[in-house]
Design a protein around this ligand. Structure first.
Ligand code: SF4
Length: 372
């Protein structure tokens, strides 16, 4: 029996040190702690998030979210409107939302203060809030994505026992795009659980259905992270399931580490690259571009971060380019002014190779805008 506990809390919105380069969010906001969907791979079980141990059965409902967020954004002297990831750690559209409507109330405030939004969920309850999400998309930017890692009923029952069935998720994406084309839609093909979800057939089915649903992007990440208590929970479930025979091979791919073996990663990336190209489906999402000094920093940072990502999945060097992009998003003046002073080499992680790469985008504002 799931228990809901209403609680006061101090911080309503968190500012990330670096903008997330998958979902392009600057802020995170979780309406609930704990998640009834009970996916057995869930990263929220990790000690990293300092959440309570009985995540599936004890849901902390944050109290007075609307008033608190409104007050925070009204008095925000140091915050600039930027993408808020709602429910990044614990699903914003889990069943508790039917009763408490914390997520809906949060969206109303974000709309009021013109904050863009990205939502990633495993539930089609998100359809209830399309009236608000479509207004946010028209005003600034809104992305809705679903995690979909298989359509196989048995695997779904094992991995994500209480989330919306994946077919309903893909139908929801189709509906959103059809009715509100301004909302960016996508599928998060992550995690891809080794030996359970990494077959050619499974990967192709997800990518082809994502394409048919007219989604704007698919994000993928082979393997799954195996961190402290989250890893232990997953291993215990695996041991007691019909998939127990893969346990030894599975563990061998990690050898006690948090991340999956590099050669395995390369192999699955290769398959995924062929597939996303075959279906002409972008593997990167579009980002929110603000209309202030950050504008050209964000556009150029996206070019750097996209390229760093393509390099990483093709096994080429990418770290420096990634850090150059991440730092650029924190710059307190426009890169165009830095360039005009001839100071690009003073920017963190910039070198001649990186400057060479961004040169075509720096010719003029008009040139950069054409890359939007
Ligand atoms: S829906 Fe997301 S947050 Fe909820 S249990 Fe599944 S993976 Fe965790």
């Amino acid at each position: 029996m799931v228990k809901y506990i209403e609680k006061e809390f101090k911080t309503i919105i968190n500012k990330l040190k670096y903008i997330d380069s998958w979902f392009w969010c600057r802020y995170t906001l979780n309406p609930y702690n704990g998640c009834e969907h009970a996916c057995i791979y869930c990263d929220a079980r990790s000690e990293k998030y300092y959440l309570h141990p009985d995540l599936d059965n004890e849901i902390i409902v944050k109290k007075d979210v609307k008033e608190k967020l409104d007050k925070r954004l009204k008095n925000a002297r140091t915050l600039l409107p930027d993408v808020v990831a709602t429910g990044g750690v614990c699903d914003a559209y889990q069943p508790a939302e039917i009763k408490y409507q914390n997520t809906r109330q949060i969206l109303e405030v974000l709309l009021k203060y013109k904050y863009p939004v990205c939502l990633s969920t495993n539930s089609d309850l998100v359809l209830r809030d399309l009236d608000i999400l479509s207004k946010i998309a028209a005003d600034t930017y809104c992305t809705v994505s679903f995690t979909i890692t298989t359509f196989d009923d048995e695997i779904v029952k094992f991995l994500e026992p209480l989330a919306s069935p994946p077919l309903r998720r893909i139908e929801a994406l189709m509906k959103i795009k059809k009715e509100f084309p301004k909302i960016q839609t996508g599928v998060n093909l992550m995690p891809i659980v080794p030996y359970i979800e990494d077959s050619d057939e499974n990967l192709e089915e997800i990518i082809s259905k994502t394409k048919k649903a007219n989604c704007d992007f698919i994000l993928f990440s082979p393997g799954m992270t195996m961190r402290d208590s989250q890893a232990q929970f997953f291993i215990n479930k695996l041991k007691n399931s019909k998939y127990k025979d893969i346990l030894a091979d599975f563990l061998n791919l990690y050898k006690g580490n948090m991340y999956v073996d590099g050669n395995y990663l390369k192999k699955i990336h290769k398959k995924l690259i062929t597939l996303y190209k075959k279906y002409k489906l972008p593997c990167r999402a579009k980002r929110f571009i603000p209309n202030d000094y950050r504008k050209y920093n964000y556009i150029i940072a996206k070019k750097l971060l996209d390229q760093a990502y393509y390099n990483s999945i093709s096994g080429k060097a990418w770290k420096r380019m990634q850090w150059a992009g991440l730092y650029l998003q924190n710059l307190k003046e426009s890169i165009l002014d830095v360039n005009a002073r001839g100071d690009l080499l003073t920017l963190k992680n910039f070198n001649n190779k990186i400057i060479e790469f961004i040169k075509p985008y720096l010719k003029s504002k008009k040139t950069i805008d054409s890359f939007l």
